[in-house]
Design a protein around this ligand. Structure first.
Ligand code: IFM
Length: 767
């Protein structure tokens, strides 16, 4: 039977591409850093990476990217003078496992050399309790007496796409702790790694060569005896508010951990993970494949969720490396946030604080990006300051190496509305308006201000239009009246008006101060008018189909297969100036369908069906965000079989690791947290039929054929509920700690839920 809490393999990934994919699939992370799923003895060639959240660097004119820390987890062993590596052709047996329950990576490898075997075992975790800390238990056993040398310590030869990022690297040993310090090239931020061991065998010397700070332990290993040691490493940077020199903080962290010992540290780490799963696990009865893939997806999100107080967000490739510049896209607000909002609001608040922290960057972008733009134009690819990391030439042509002009940065303006909607959803679902007062309302108003400065009033039509944009379908650039973008802009005006109303009623003083601070009083009236008069393409009266943008219906008919057959390079980009998709109706990803999903209560099931049927055959699904949007809309009109197929596609994206790793000439390989969030959304909001707003939670279940039951937790306005859905009933168990009664709507019927008392409501499947 499949273990639903782990993944495992006995194969060694040998070629570059497989090593890269394996490193993503088996990564561990704790929000502060991600450690790729590579083996202890690997180096930069095998893309070992300890990628740090929220610290970026740029070398020359190359793309700015997150910094990888020196590898404090490095260990390499020699047997009778022969250095062992899983890639060295001496492996007799290998097994590696990643445990979802506590993000523990284990490997066991048996090497055979000169008639002797040596078994290496290691278990590694990044502490969920102390974010700067990583711990590895390492052991080796020889079947015959042998001379063994262990080199363990900190390897500064880090994998970089556009590095090197750390300059002035200095290595030393303070008492028994190895220390490495460096500064980033662009903004001189310090990065410090300390390593301590708990080791009581062999003779130890120190070796600082080849850019490594190592202990060399020589021992005469006895036959059959196991030699075990524990490594503790800590990473600190100038982003950590430690209030003392970073080396001191790093040394103290590893020394304290060593004092506590492996078991105690692991126990604390496990306790944190138990709490995460207690709140966030989803149980599917009757479908192990779906259960496993969904759990892996949730696991990925939990691992990379920002550390408390960091105001960091989650990059589009999470912490799986420097890919995609470690940048934060709309992926976070639209695809990951719902999971955190519904299960783990303490993480959602960090994601939203990140947008408050980067508001000034968004203001700078508005000022510099276009004529007369005002307010907040959020970065398409956002890093630590909120200035845009997206280049005007963001895709390379794999045929000739030339840069292609793309308009992701300057025209994909829906990003600001995505942020505003997310900010408002945080308030609606948590009931907590403190974030609005902390800067959230300012974000919303500045986003509305941006759209007002961008919108064009067509006198002859008496309406505002949003012109010259790129919607989610990036294959068609600079289009007018893109339905998704216009709808998001309209909603932003509505939210701005609602936020002002809320503050006026509840925090009039704070509202007054905010309006004065950003000098926006005079514009509020305009937002009201824009909310009413902003044009959004409507469903066609006959067909119900919404035109994706002006003129879309006039584009050439084509099929995805036809375009693919015309490609002259496997990584060819289908958009930008001359892309094959540009003159055709072929779209990159859900666009109108993404809108129908985001604004699901605005449209009937018939409209959803009509648009889904029209657009799905025209969609390349060239982005990992696409499948879940199509799955969720399919559920809305009852195509559960399709939805299930696309749910699996989304949920297994990183398990199967078969996604494309090049967009044009640009390497994009890494994990896909937005798809992970999409898997959760499809299961809980889609099949579970959960729909929460500021007034209530409604549950309209549409379980797919295979699922006997679906169980999950919901956090709502500070209270918690456990929900179990079967094919005929919904059982709601409100937490006994809830301070009040709630009324949930189950298949349209009110269910009174008082603290601690389970309620079961029978329902009939309508589709
Ligand atoms: O944000 C997405 C975009 O919509 C399509 N290309 C990939 C980006 C990051 O996932």
């Amino acid at each position: 039977m499949k273990d639903l809490w782990s993944i495992s393999t006995s194969e060694i990934a040998g070629d570059k591409e497989s090593i890269m994919r394996r490193g993503n699939v088996y990564q561990i992370a704790n929000g502060y850093m991600g450690y790729r799923g590579t083996l202890d003895e690997y180096g930069p060639e095998e893309a070992v990476g300890i990628t740090l959240a929220g610290i970026f660097d740029r070398v020359g004119s190359a793309w700015r990217e997150p910094v990888n820390a020196p590898n404090g987890g490095f260990t390499r062993v020699s047997l009778d003078g022969v250095e062992l590596s899983a890639l060295g052709g001496k492996v007799r047996q290998h097994q590696q496992t990643l445990h979802f329950a506590n993000a523990l990576f284990e490997r066991e490898t048996v090497f055979a050399s000169r008639a002797k075997t040596l078994t290496i075992k290691s278990s590694r975790f990044l502490s969920a309790d102390i974010p700067n800390l990583g711990i590895i238990a390492f052991s080796l056993t020889c079947d015959k007496a042998a001379k063994v040398t262990i080199r363990t310590g900190v390897d500064c030869n880090v994998w970089d796409l556009n590095g090197p990022h750390l300059l002035q690297l200095a290595a030393e040993k303070r008492e028994s702790v190895l220390l490495v310090q460096g500064v980033t090239n662009e903004s001189s931020k310090h990065v410090v790694v300390a390593e301590a061991v708990e080791l009581n065998f062999g003779a130890e010397t120190n070796e600082t060569q080849d850019n490594r700070n190592l202990r060399v332990i020589n021992l005469r290993a006895e036959a059959g005896k196991t030699y075990r040691f524990i490594k503790y490493f800590a990473v600190f940077t100038d982003n950590d508010p430690v209030g003392r020199p970073l080396p001191e903080a790093a040394i103290a962290t590893v020394q304290q951990a060593r004092l506590l010992g492996y078991e105690v540290c692991l126990g604390k780490h496990n306790a944190e993970w138990d709490r995460k799963w207690e709140r966030c696990d989803v149980k599917i009865e009757g479908d192990d494949e779906a259960q496993h893939a969904l759990r892996y997806s949730i696991f990925q999100l939990l691992m990379v969720a920002p550390v408390k107080g960091s105001a960091n967000s989650i990059p589009a490739r999470a912490l799986s490396g420097q890919v995609y510049k470690g940048a934060i896209f709309w992926d976070t607000e639209m695809f990951m946030l719902p999971f955190f909002l519904h299960t783990y609001p303490e993480k959602a608040v960090e994601l939203m604080r990140y947008r408050i922290k980067t508001l000034n960057g968004a203001r700078r972008k508005a000022k510099t990006e276009g004529p007369g733009y005002r307010g907040a134009f959020y970065a398409w690819e956002s890093q630590e300051t909120g200035d845009d990391a997206c280049s005007y030439f963001n895709v390379g042509d794999p045929l000739n190496g030339r840069d292609l002009r793309t308009h992701f940065r300057d025209k994909q303006i829906h990003i600001s509305g995505d942020v505003a909607i997310a900010m408002w959803n945080y308030f609606k679902l948590t009931g907590d308006d403190s974030l609005l007062l902390e800067g959230g309302a300012e974000v919303i108003l500045e986003c509305a201000r941006f759209y007002y400065s961008y919108a064009f009033f067509k006198k002859e039509k008496g309406r505002y239009e949003i012109l010259d944009v790129v919607g989610p379908d990036e294959y068609h650039e600079r289009v007018n009246n893109n339905a998704f973008t216009s709808m998001v802009a309209k909603e932003t005006f509505a939210i701005a008006n609602a936020a002002v109303d809320h503050l006026r009623r509840n925090h009039p003083k704070a509202l007054g101060a905010l309006l004065t601070k950003i000098d926006i009083q005079g514009e509020l009236r305009c937002f009201g008018e824009a909310e009413k008069l902003l044009y959004v393409p409507a469903p066609d009266a006959k067909t119900g189909v919404i035109e994706q943008f002006d003129g879309y219906f006039q584009l050439r008919d084509a099929t995805v297969e036809e375009l693919k057959a015309k490609m002259v390079h496997p990584n060819e980009y289908l958009g930008a100036g001359q892309g094959l998709a540009v003159p055709t109706k072929i779209i990159k990803q859900a666009d109108v369908v993404a809108m129908l999903n985001l604004f699901k209560t605005h449209f009937s099931a018939e409209i959803k069906k009509a648009n889904w049927e029209y657009y799905e055959p025209l969609t390349e699904h060239g982005s990992s965000l696409s499948a879940c949007a199509y799955a969720m809309v399919a559920i809305e009109f009852g195509n559960l079989a399709f939805a299930y197929k696309y749910f699996l596609k989304t949920a297994t994206i990183d398990l199967e690791a078969k996604y494309k790793v090049y967009v044009g000439a640009v390497f994009m390989g890494g994990s896909h947290p937005a798809a992970n969030g999409g898997a959760w959304m499809t299961a809980v909001l889609g099949f579970g039929g959960v729909e929460a707003d500021e007034n209530r939670i409604a549950i309209n279940p549409r379980l797919c054929a295979k699922w006997k039951s679906l169980q999950f937790n919901l956090a709502y306005k500070g209270d918690n509920f456990r929900i179990k859905i079967t094919k005929t009933s919904v059982t709601i168990t409100p937490s006994p700690a809830n301070p009040r009664e709630h009324t949930l709507l189950v298949a349209g019927r009110p269910a009174k839920c008082s603290p601690g008392n389970p309620v079961t409501i029978k329902y009939r499947r309508t589709r």
